[in-house]
Structures are given as C-alpha cells and as structure tokens.
Design a protein around this ligand. Structure first.
Ligand code: KPL
Length: 294
C-alpha cells in the first residue's frame, strides 16, 4: 500500500508518521528544503523516528500512478490553487480531503477522480519544525464517501490502523463536516483570540463562560449537533494543543477564518440568527491577519 500526502504541516506530518507503520508513505511538500530534510533526518513524532519518502509537490503527477491513496491536508484556502493539478492525476486514484470548515466542499464535485472521501481530524498536533511533529491529543478521523464507493483495500487499510489511529466511517459527508465545523467554530476563534491552548477554554473560568455563551449563540444554526459536552471532550483530549487558528495567529500566518467563520455568519444572516460574539471574533482575527497579509 502506497499513500501520498500533500501538505506537510502539523496534520500532514501527523498522518505521515502514523500511516508509515502500515504503508509506504510519501509526503509532497511545497518547499524543496522541507522534502530534503524529511529524507535526510526522517520524520520524528514525539521524538520517535519514522521513515517516509518526501519530494516537492511539483513531482506529484509523475508519482501518482504508483499511489493507492492520496490524502490532501493543506488548508482550505490553499486547496483552490491546487485543484488544476488534481485534474492531471489518474482518475482511479482515491482522494481523501481533510480540511477544516465547509468552504472546500463546493470544489470537490469538479474533481475528475472516481472515489472521493471527505474527512475531518479530531487530533491535536503541532509542527515543531520541518520534520518534527508533536501529537498533542489523540482523536479520530471521521470520514464519509463524497463520490464513488470505498474500495475493499482501503476499508481493510483503515481497519488496520484502527487501534492507535482510528478512521471512522460516517453515513454522510454533512455529518462529518458539520460536527467538525461546530468544534472548529467554537474552539479555534476563541483560542486564537485568547491566545491559549485548547484546555484553557475549560480550566480558565472566564474563558469557559465565553465558550458556553458562544455555544449557545450558534445553537440555532446547528440544532442538536451543538453541544458544550462535545467541546469539553475535544478540549480535554487536546488540552495542551494550540488550535490551528491560535497557532496561525501566533506565527503571523493566514488563518482559516474565511472557511470556518464566514459560512456561519452567512448562514446566520440567511436564517435571521444574530451572532454578535462570532461577528466580533471574525473581525478580531481578520484584523490581526490584515496587519500581516494586507
Ligand atoms: O481541529 C482542530 C484544530 O486545531 O484545527 C482541533 C480539533 C480543535 C484541535 O486543536
């Protein structure tokens, strides 16, 4: 089994390290230096060595015919630029998309591949540097079939990884994405605004009150899918992890605010749901981003 992973940020490195136990993994990186480092030093997860292959993403189309699965882990705003490359890849290569938010769904129907899976990751991970990742919270990868059907060899592969790194199949893509969207909608902007790790949303009582209030505010959009308990579970599982948005703000990078918060604000406008807390968080984070990415 050969698995290609596009994107070598925290999630790409985490999946690379965990899947390397069960498959030959090749990481496709944006920068040549990162691929060289991964080949030279190996991939280290919590200090443990894993052997992976790596090369620049420009070489993907040449290697794609050898792959049994391609996992796309880049941020949703980076995915748009990548879509033309997907149209050059074999139609029988199954793709698994692992983006936060829901904004990327509209692009997937145009991908020519016959099998498209959409997933969401509950893991907490931090990229220490180009070849080192810290696993800061074990979760599951929920996925569903967006197009085609799940080949038997992939079903078997996901069963193999199950004890340490479970993949859970859900009935619908909506279920997979909405549940994760709700989690990211609460945890990511709050931790990015308070600049704190996920666990602080429970242990700091002022932050906890704000977290509960935000859950209540967005409940009309998510109905039964919205629950403070769900947020508690993820915050406990990933307590020492900095959410991807908090990490992006900390490092002065572009965030996924447009893929996560904007669709919720739009839904609020359409459904007549007032979202003052979320609106403030949107502008707060967008404003910080604007200082660096104007
Ligand atoms: O998905 C995440 C993220 O940081 O984007 C969680 C699950 C909240 C882990 O930090």
């Amino acid at each position: 089994m050969k698995v290609g992973i596009v994107g070598a940020g925290a999630i790409g490195l985490l999946y690379g390290a965990n899947l390397a136990e069960h498959a030959d993994v090749i990481l496709f990186t944006r920068r040549k230096e990162q691929a060289e480092l991964l080949v030279e030093k190996g991939l280290l997860i919590d200090g443990q060595y894993c052997q992976v292959a790596a090369q620049e993403v420009s070489g993907l189309s040449k290697r794609a015919a050898d792959l049994d699965l391609l996992i796309l882990t880049m941020k949703s705003y980076q995915l748009a630029e990548f879509l033309p490359i997907l149209s050059l890849l074999p139609k029988n290569l199954p793709l698994l998309f692992l983006q936060n938010g829901v904004a990327h769904l509209k692009w997937l129907a145009d991908c020519p591949q016959e099998t498209i899976l959409v997933g969401s990751s509950e893991h907490g991970a931090i990229r220490e540097n180009d070849y080192m990742v810290l696993w800061r919270g074990k979760g599951r990868t929920n996925f569903s079939v967006f197009k085609g059907s799940l080949p038997d060899y992939l079903r078997h592969f996901f069963q193999q990884t199950d004890t340490n790194f479970p993949f859970i199949r859900k009935a619908t893509v909506e279920q997979v994405l909405r549940e994760k969207w709700f989690i990211n909608l609460i945890i990511n902007p709050l931790t990015a605004a308070f600049l704190c790790p996920n666990g602080d949303l429970l242990t700091n009582l002022d932050y906890q009150a704000e977290t509960q209030a935000l859950v209540q505010e967005v409940t009309p959009l998510f109905q039964a899918e919205a629950s403070f308990e769900k947020i508690q579970t993820i915050c406990v599982q990933t307590a020492s992890n900095w959410s991807s948005m908090a990490e992006d703000v900390r490092k002065g990078r572009k965030t996924e605010i447009e893929g996560i918060l904007r669709p919720a604000l739009e839904a609020g406008r359409e459904q007549g749901v007032l979202l003052p807390r979320l609106t403030l968080l949107y502008h707060l984070i967008k404003g910080k981003e604007g200082e660096k990415h104007a």
